[in-house]
Each structure stands twice: as structure tokens, then as C-alpha cells.
Design a protein around this ligand. Structure first.
Ligand code: NAD
Length: 252
């Protein structure tokens, strides 16, 4: 049998317990490519179940990415077990379909904290281990919404948080490159998952689909495939990039 692209690698995927989510699909494809994966999410039982779905060697843990101590503890526990960490996917994220003037302080904090603060904290937790071995790949979930100023589902605070993720991705890429630690972003377009929490109306769906040249929503595996590429040595010379996975809905 062919060797997997991620044989011998250890990966953490945050927010990966959501059964139809991008994180779970990514974790599954990583496992299929030979990686050992930790699925982290808010709910411990859901994270453990999702990891068990991938096979007994994978680990599920609770970790709220907005809690820096929890991020440090989680990564330390994993490295104590594995001896190393090679890949981090900052996938945890929430969204809200609000207009500009509807955004209350709590909305701003909730949305920005998970995507942006969480990406910073989890990255800070893995970076010392990656740097010491002079290898690592950090993959951050941004969004087409960051690049085109919304217009999909999330409000301006979501666009801003995801644009912040792009800036953080690129700044990390610059600072970590001398230690051969790479940092790249994926910008998914409209992907069928549960992040819209039943709030996507038929009218919104039709408008979004009309703006996609490929004429369909993306699948979680469309995103997972790009994550495998960015996690693997195939992308060894790619850092600071933003990879569009959007069916042509933004071509630039
Ligand atoms: P999802 O709602 O299915 O999964 C997100 C997961 O994040 C959930 O399991 C949730 O419990 C977890 N989470 C929320 N807050 C957390 C926290 N504080 N700590 C840890 N975990 C937390 O969403 P999805 O559609 O799979 O989205 C995954 C990522 O991709 C998100 O960052 C999202 O913004 C981004 N994205 C999604 C789309 C899309 O169309 N689905 C498009 C662009 C970007």
C-alpha cells in the first residue's frame, strides 16, 4: 500500500467535534493519510466520540480555544503523550448573521474571541514545540467573507474576525519561517455544514448559490483536501498563503 501523505505526523484540529463540520472532515482525511489526530472542542464527550469515529489511536479532548491556560494545558498533555506536534488546524469558529448596527459588545466578543483570539492562543501553545524541532504547519480557517467583506452569512464582525485571522496567519508566517514552521490560511466559500445553525433561509441560500460559478455549495471534503495539502510536505515552500476553496465565488 502507498504511504499516506501524513505518515508519522501528529495533528491537532480545534472545533472538530461537529459531525458535519470542516474540522471533523479534515481530521478524518488526516487520519486516512496516516496522521495521528487530536480532536478538540468545547464538549469533551463529543470530542472523544469524534476521535473514536476515526479509530482508537486518535484522541478527543475538551479545550475552549478562548482560554489560554486550557490551550497550553491541552497541547502540553498531547506532547507529553506523543512527544511532538507537527500540525495545528485552527478550525474552531462561530458566526452570526447580524447587520452592522445590530452588533452588540457580546456579539463582537463571542465571534472575534473564538476565531482570532483562539487562533492566537492555540498557535502560541504549539509554536515552542514546533520551533524546537524546526518543523510544523499551522493552518487557519479564514473565510471568503474576510476577502470580499461578507455577503455570505456572517455579519461584519465575522468578516473582521476572519480578516484578522488572515493578518495573523501572514505575520506568523514571516516570524516562524526561519524555524521552518509554516502558517497558511484557507478561505472557504459557502460550505454545507451546521455553522449556520438552521438560520440560513431558502432565499439566502439561493442568493449565495447564484454567486457561485461552479453552481454548488462546497463540501467539507473540498476544504479537508486543501488542509491535507497544506499539512503535508507537498506544500513545503508555501507559507503566508491564503488558499481559496470557493467554487469561483471570489476570483482575484
Ligand atoms: P461548525 O459549527 O460545524 O463547527 C465549529 C466547531 O467549533 C463546533 O464543533 C463548535 O463546538 C466549535 N467551537 C465553537 N466555539 C469554540 C471554542 N471556544 N473552543 C473550541 N471549539 C469551539 O462549523 P464549520 O462550518 O465546520 O466551520 C469550521 C470553520 O470554518 C470555522 O472557523 C468557520 O468560521 C470556517 N468557515 C466555514 C464556512 C462554511 O461555509 N461552513 C465558510 C468559511 C469559513
Amino acid at each position: 500500500m502507498d504511504m499516506g501523505l501524513l505518515e508519522g505526523k501528529f495533528a491537532i484540529v480545534t472545533g472538530a467535534a461537529s459531525p458535519r463540520g470542516l474540522g471533523k472532515a479534515t481530521a478524518r482525511m488526516f487520519a486516512e493519510q496516516g496522521a495521528i489526530v487530536a480532536i478538540t472542542d468545547l464538549d469533551e464527550a463529543a470530542a472523544k466520540q469524534a476521535a473514536a469515529d476515526l479509530g482508537p489511536q486518535h484522541i478527543g479532548m475538551a479545550c475552549n480555544v478562548t482560554d489560554k491556560d486550557a490551550c497550553l494545558r491541552t497541547v502540553k498533555a498531547l506532547v507529553d503523550t506523543w512527544g511532538q506536534v507537527d500540525i495545528l488546524v485552527n478550525n474552531a469558529g462561530i458566526t452570526q448573521p447580524l447587520k452592522l448596527m445590530e452588533i452588540e459588545p457580546k456579539n463582537y466578543e463571542d465571534v472575534t474571541d473564538v476565531s482570532l483570539r483562539g487562533t492566537l492562543y492555540m498557535s502560541q501553545a504549539v509554536i515552542p514545540y514546533m520551533r524546537s524541532r524546526k518543523t510544523g504547519s499551522i493552518i487557519n480557517l479564514s473565510s471568503v467573507s474576510a476577502q470580499r467583506g461578507g455577503g455570505i452569512f456572517g455579519g461584519p464582525h465575522y468578516s473582521a474576525a476572519k480578516a484578522g485571522v488572515l493578518g495573523l496567519t501572514k505575520a506568523m508566517a514571516r516570524e516562524l519561517a526561519p524555524d521552518n514552521v509554516r502558517s497558511n490560511a484557507i478561505c472557504p466559500g459557502f460550505i454545507a455544514t451546521d455553522i449556520t445553525a438552521g438560520k440560513l433561509t431558502d432565499e439566502m441560500r439561493a442568493t449565495v448559490l447564484a454567486g457561485i460559478p461552479m453552481g454548488r455549495a462546497g463540501t467539507a471534503d473540498d476544504v479537508a483536501g486543501c488542509a491535507v495539502f497544506l499539512a503535508s510536505e507537498l506544500s513545503a515552500y508555501c507559507t503566508g498563503t491564503e488558499v481559496d476553496v470557493n467554487g469561483g465565488s471570489l476570483i482575484h
